[in-house]
Design a protein around this ligand. Structure first.
Ligand code: HEC
Length: 183
């Protein structure tokens, strides 16, 4: 109880301080809208906006906006690897090798994550169309789709990622992927 009152007290004091010192600016409706990424894109494709991505165009955008951090071909230097070593990973696979082709269970998550978070430091600067192109290129580079597969609202949820198996039960033991120790 005492701690709650203390928090309330500190909260009120900082509000009063913010008003007195003129800190902060009211957020505009436009800014709220720009950061509002609802609906979240779900594995079955709900929440995906209209648009279509092509591998070739994705490669062009990737070179310009992503390669500096993730490597020319997604090999991941200086930041995360985006193009994986082949599936399946084993208990000995170094976690830095985990990437889209061997660890991501749903293709649609790529759209959601890239739109929400990338490029690192400038999230929200990509159009939905650009995100679709990038998703197409990344799926192609990971050996999951062909160079001429269009990526859109209808096709993306249909793509089965190799790492889906990691979430499925092992038929012999009835447990998750044998060595995965998730609850
Ligand atoms: C300034 C550096 C930088 C740029 C530019 C950048 N990224 Fe990233 N990216 C990161 C960092 C850092 C992470 C890890 C973030 C974390 O773990 O919270 C990351 C993570 C990712 C991941 C998740 C990887 C995984 O499996 O964990 C994807 C996918 C991704 N970036 C795609 C992109 C795409 C597509 C672009 C171009 C539009 C891009 N990034 C541009 C730095 C960058």
């Amino acid at each position: 109880m005492f701690r709650r009152l203390l928090f309330l007290g500190v909260g009120l004091l900082s509000l009063a301080g913010a008003a007195r010192y003129g800190l902060g600016t009211p957020i505009s409706e436009e800014l709220v809208a720009a950061y509002d990424l609802r609906p979240v894109v779900l594995p079955d494709g709900r929440g995906l906006p209209p648009g279509e991505g092509r591998v070739e165009e994705g490669g062009r955008i990737y070179a310009e906006k992503c390669a500096s951090c993730h490597g020319q071909s997604g090999e991941g230097y200086p930041f995360n690897r985006l193009v994986s070593e082949p599936f399946p990973i084993t208990p000995d696979t170094d976690p830095v090798e985990y990437a889209i082709g061997n660890y991501w269970p749903y293709a649609t998550t790529l759209f959601d994550y890239i739109r929400r978070a990338m490029p690192f430091g400038q999230p929200g600067t990509l159009t939905n169309e650009e995100v679709y192109h990038l998703v197409a290129w990344l799926l192609y580079m990971n050996g999951i789709i062909d160079a001429d597969t269009p990526v859109n609202q209808a096709t993306l949820p249909q793509i089965r990622m190799p790492a889906r198996e990691l979430l499925e039960l092992d038929p012999e033991t009835g447990r998750r992927f044998p060595w995965l120790t998730l609850p």
